[in-house]
Design a protein around this ligand. Sequence first.
Ligand SMILES: [Zn+2]
Length: 347
Amino acid sequence: MPHSSGGSSHSGGSHHSSSSRSSSRSSGSSGGGSSRRSSSKPFEGSKRYLYYKDSKPYFVYSNYDIRKKDMSMIACWIMTFVMFFLPFLAGTVFCTYDAVNFPKKIQYFKNKSVEFIIEDNLGIFENEKDLKRSMKDFYKETGIVPAVITVSNETWNNDYSSLEAYAYDVSVNRFPDEAHWLIIYSESIKDNGFNDWYCEGMQGDRTDPVITGPRGDEFTDSLYKRLLQRDKYSVDEAIAETFDQLTPKMMKVGLKNTLQFYVFLIMTVLLLAGSALTLVWSINKTKVPEIYKNAKPCELKAVYQEPCNFCGGVFIIGMHTECPHCGAAIPAHHYMKDANGNVVQIM
Ligand SMILES: [Zn+2]
């Protein structure tokens, strides 16, 4: 069924119909996490690690090797990305792409004879030849056949609530091929003291891939502006010039739904930014803190500490042959170990 491509009248500006598609989908969240734990106090299954910071020794208890990267954060990110971000991202990318129109020439009239209908029932057209040329140019470019009809308000006022309703009936009855674009202009034949005019476009369903919402709106707006300058344009000139203006643009890639495009584009960018930020955060979490890099497992039962003779940094006796701070050799005679490797005596 044909539908309005836009209409206008002198009193209330133009109206456009716009549609926006919304999508909703449910989201699943992924849990996960690690059983990795570290603490300043011992706990079941923990191992003690010795590390140095600011020339002082520290202990940390952990159930994993604190010197190794924690890949679970990356694994968690990948899981979250695949289960949560990716479906959303695919959805928003699709909806963004879906709002873009790649016009294809309408093939309906190929190998058919084409009639360009201009019906000026009001007798107001000044140069039908130019109008027909503009309509032909539009057809050559798009494959859509325009038809232009003028009627008086009195023709439809009694039987129809609006010119749009009248144009719909005309379109259904005269252009059942759904490949025409009917432009109807209407004004009163009575002298009301002012020019009471209406204009309506009615496009067949087959024209949708070319006459998108924004293109239809552009045509309606441009035509409306010209129709307001009656001293400059006759009605047929206004229509012809508007066709001439739109024809070179019709087959260019454009948006079929501007709102949909920008909303989903922004959502795509936000999702990408969110994924990137959480990935960077996960990678950072994965890194081994600098102070843990040279940590050592320490199973000594008795712990003694002593300052280095050279640098004064404090170290744990029995854990090093060289000072962990300056690298100076630690004399072996400083301590004695028992059979288990524990320091038992400081000498
Ligand atoms: Zn030292």
